[in-house]
Each structure stands twice: as structure tokens, then as C-alpha cells.
Design a protein around this ligand. Sequence first.
Ligand code: SAH
Length: 214
Amino acid sequence: MDYKDLRELMVRTQLIPRGIRDKRVLDAMERIPRHLFVDRTTIADAYSDMALPIGEGQTISQPYMVAVMTELLELRGSEKVLEVGTGSGYQSAVLAELARDVYTIERFASLGELAKIRFQDLSFTNIHSRIGDGTLGWLEEAPFDRIIITAGAPEIPEPLIAQLADGGIIVIPVGGLYSQQLLKTRKKGDNLIKEYHTLCVFVPLIGRYGWKRE
Ligand code: SAH
């Protein structure tokens, strides 16, 4: 089987049966070469139903989790999206296929720089990346129509709520250090409308408005 077959199999056996409906999300994940975002040593498992180590004690999320979070963002193509936790860059690439622009922040320079090379190699011109503490957001580029945090947080970082456009959506795993629940929050004027989804396990969001240390 080649990588294209493995991607088709991933969509058909891991995503569709578990309820991923958004055709654009399924198509994007069938297109993005996930094997180019994993470590060479784990390439045989690039399309397996699991998270994989990417260095610095961090992981690339399981394909299903990427699909769920992306679907919850309700992307139509015109959105400006902020991602906190670039990691491998795989989730950023999926977002870039479905939105207008993606701004992504990573705290480890080694991971952020590697992801940037991947974006260039794959000719993604609508992904803007930087190194830093993503819990502070990206003030110069705010407001964002959508914000996705791909690390587990005690609660939604305050600056990210402030940098979300009215009518915008934040998707974030919230809870304890070892298990969380996906939270989708829509901003309506001064109100936040919250919806809880699947249980999940993410590496911790470390920063000024996240966990203080590992
Ligand atoms: N979206 C990634 C998932 C990576 S795991 C992917 O598809 O591969 C989460 C990432 O969040 C890790 O790389 C971790 O270093 C990063 N992270 C944790 N706290 C952060 C913070 N405050 N700002 C930016 N990145 C952070």
C-alpha cells in the first residue's frame, strides 16, 4: 500500500465510523501527507490510530482528534485562525487547507523551526509561524475568527478570549494535567456559550496563562 491508500484507509476506518461528517475536513485529511510530519523512526505508523512522539516530550495528535477539533471549528474558507501548539505542524496544515490564514505559535524552537521547513517544502503560503508563549496570543494579528489550542489547559487563557472576534469559536482541551475534555466556546458579545465534547489526553499547555511548568 502506498501513502495515498493509507490516507484513504485512515479516513474510512478511523474518521467516518466515529462520526466525522464535514466533507471538507475528510477531504483535507485525505490530501495532507501526514507521513511528512512525523519522525522518520515512526513513519510506518504515520497513518495509525494513535498519537506519536515528535521530540521534546511532545506528540503529534491522533488523526481522529485532529479531525474532531477541526470539525468543531466550522471552517468555511474565509477565516483567520490562531493555533497554539504548532508541534509537528500537521494540524496547521489541515487548517490551512480549510481557512484563509493560519497563525501558529510553538514554545519549542526546535519543533517550530522544523514545522516551518515543512510548510515551505509543501508550499503553504498561508501559514504564519512563530516561537513563543501562545497563551499570550498574537496581539498584532488579532482578532481571530477561530482559535485552536492543541495542548491541555486548566482553563481558556484570558488573552485568547480577548483576541477572539465576536461570533468566533475557540476549541480547547480543558481539565487536569492527565486528562481533559474538549471545550467549544462561541463568543457572542460579552457572553461565552460553552459546549463540552469528547474526553481526551493532551500534553500540557505551559505558559503564563496555562500550567506554570511541566
Ligand atoms: N498541533 C500539533 C500538536 C502538538 S502537541 C500537531 O499537530 O503536531 C502540543 C504542542 O503545544 C507541543 O509542541 C508543545 O510544545 C506546545 N505548547 C505547549 N504549551 C505551549 C505554549 N504556551 N505556547 C505554544 N506552544 C505550546
